[in-house]
Design a protein around this ligand. Structure first.
Ligand code: ATP
Ligand code: MG
Length: 317
């Protein structure tokens, strides 16, 4: 095994093997955390459950080998393509993605809009492989993401979620969990995200963020995610805009930093306010799991029969 799992029963060890095969960084992290906290019995229960889940996924063929050799600098371009993607959260539910097809060019800025429940966040879920597609493919720089290990995939994509939480711990641990960056590099990205002064005021990189980051506002937590994205040098940035409770100043900092620092990256923004995406290269309009329109916001908002026009003018799609 190459690693000591403390004489755990076979099911647990087996699940670790499966986990290795699936190359899922979260799982191995979870195992280590549980082990570190000495959760013996519960650890075994957890791993047995995970083993069952993993076996089910292997059986359904939902996950293919993680051993596809991608170069360490993949993706160099940041081109994102969905090909006839279908996804359902549970059997019997309508498809959350219902044949989604689009192609986003390297460095393009795309706003994703649509009414609530239309499938916007599910696009990100599928991109990060939080959920597997039932049918279809997602390609990044022409490589099928299904073939790439989760760790490799997620280390190359950055996300700013709607309501981000930070891990209880220090600012340093949240920004750079692997401890692979110099303090000066951390301060540089904090400065780019207008957080440096605040962090210094709080007592520096070693200061605690509080439980789930409660010492920061939602907007500031989003800025921390942005700083992490800068540190990762992600080629593709996904933003699920906060619906509320971000003060205007923080929001402006966020928008401005994204414009400045991600000019040469691909940026997908799920927008709840249209003003954020009016200067995008294109908007993608979702409706009931389908892409109903994709084009320049300037052009579409002047076309009275477009879905985007109806959204801009406050009508339901
Ligand atoms: P919003 O603007 O409210 O954030 P959205 O466009 O992001 O909406 P999604 O969250 O992608 O919509 O949801 C698409 C569909 O999938 C909806 O019908 C939703 O109810 C369903 N859905 C989303 N998450 C889950 C889940 N975890 N389990 C079951 N159904 C889900
Ligand atoms: Mg959503």
């Amino acid at each position: 095994m190459g690693e000591d799992f403390g004489g755990l029963p076979e099911a647990a060890v087996l699940s670790i093997d499966i986990e290795k095969a699936l190359d899922s960084v979260e799982w191995s992290y979870l195992f280590r955390v549980l082990k570190a906290f000495g959760l013996g019995d519960r650890f075994v229960k957890w791993t047995t459950l995970l083993y069952k889940a993993a076996t089910a996924r292997v059986k359904t063929g939902a996950m293919i080998s993680a051993a596809y050799p991608v170069s360490s600098n993949w993706p160099t371009q940041g081109q994102v393509e969905f090909q006839n993607a279908f996804l359902s959260y549970r059997p019997g539910l309508p498809n959350a993605l219902d044949g989604v097809d689009f192609s986003i060019s390297p460095r393009e800025k795309v706003g994703i809009v649509g009414r609530t429940g239309s499938g916007k966040s599910t696009i990100f879920m599928a991109l990060f492989r939080m959920m597997d597609l039932e049918k279809g493919n997602i390609l990044i720089d022409n490589i099928n993401t299904r073939l790439i290990g989760l760790e490799a995939l997620r280390s190359k994509l950055a996300i700013i979620p709607q309501d981000p939480f930070l891990f209880s711990g220090t600012i340093q641990e949240n920004l750079d969990p692997r401890g692979s960056n110099l303090d000066s590099e951390l301060y540089k990205v904090l400065e780019q995200c207008h957080l440096k002064e605040l962090v210094i005021l709080m007592g520096g990189l070693g200061s605690e963020v509080g439980e789930r980051g409660k010492n920061f506002s939602v907007g500031q937590r989003q800025l921390v995610c942005l700083a992490r994205a800068l540190l990762m040098e992600a080629k593709v940035l996904c933003i699920d805009e906060a619906t509320a409770s971000v003060d205007q100043k923080t929001d402006q900092v966020l928008q401005q930093t994204i414009r400045e620092q991600f000019a040469d990256k691909t940026v997908l923004t799920i927008a709840h306010r249209l003003d954020t995406i009016m200067d995008s290269d294109r908007v993608l309009v979702m409706q009931a799991g389908k892409v109903v329109e994709m084009g320049s916001p300037q052009v579409l908002c002047n076309m009275e029969d477009s879905a985007f026009y109806r959204l801009v003018h406050g009508e339901h799609l």
